[in-house]
Design a binder for this molecule. Sequence first.
Ligand SMILES: O=C(O)CCC(=O)C(=O)O
Ligand SMILES: [Fe+2]
Length: 345
Amino acid sequence: MTMTVADILGVRPGTGTGLAVWELPDAVRDELGRELAALPDPSADLDRATARCHQIFARLPLEMLQQILDFGRHPDTPGVALVGNLPVDGVLPATPHDGGPSREKTGFVAEGVLLGLSGLLGEPVGMLTEKDGRIVHDVVPVPGGERTQTNQGSRAPLNFHSDIVYDAVGRYDLANPDFLVLNCLRADHEGRAVTSYADARDITAALSEDVLTTLRSPLFRLNAPGGYTRAHAGGREVLSDPVPVIGGAAAYPEIAVSANGVRAMTTAAATALLRLQEVCRSVAQPVRLRPGQALLVNNRKGVHARSEFTPRYDGFDRWLQRTYVRRSLWSIRHRASPAARRVHL
Ligand SMILES: O=C(O)CCC(=O)C(=O)O
Ligand SMILES: [Fe+2]
């Protein structure tokens, strides 16, 4: 019997940190593309659309299907994965530049890919304070938002952060998505934009004991996302209760950092935060997303960031579609909107 490195080390395939990469075989890409070409606008009936996309994506090769499912369910699997050679829309209209959906898009292959992959991880969910509760988010550069710490930005790097949501209980890291899926419809003109992921397991391994202890202490207040503070507080800070930035078992840490500002409550906490951003940069996994590629991001196992790039607002700017995914909608039922099952406050 031949022994593999995995046998010797007792490591199961697809565990640990690092970027997992899966490529669809061409024949599978074409078959999925044909099926998705007939998908009606998913926003008309989201539950039917996710069921149909589930049926289509169930035909992924078994090994790949299991690895994606394992990515979604196990604590010891990687926090970030790239799926490549995905089907794309035959005709792609101009990149929208108001942060909302394109009104010219007639096919829904990209949306189907996004929902199909999301459905393997959990339940796509909309938050009323993010993109008006839509399930499919368009992440595009928006004029005026170039230098903001939001998904509308371009000319300024978006710091390492988690996607969080304001919640009246005072914690913004509970009702937030477990995963984001980012499907690339168009790269930026120069192909420069980099999405990076820093895994909390790599971060904690690189931090000194005392900085880690500080980050594990409730010495930080997260500011609510820009969308929330603009709509409800005239842009002023809306801070969470004091929370640790890193929590959970040493082998499986969870991290939560807000893009819109973290208030450190002591000088040591402020120093620890600076060190954290530095360490994130040093352990980051960089990806330049291209059309036909989607990034699966675990929003608890790590933090993500985006480099700067130059928008032109000529209809050919960078265009990602994004979902927020929860493993379960039950634990956020206190926020459920009575009007739409998948939309939360
Ligand atoms: O544009 C990107 O690559 C990622 C932006 C981001 O942080 C997000 O969509 O949550
Ligand atoms: Fe983000």
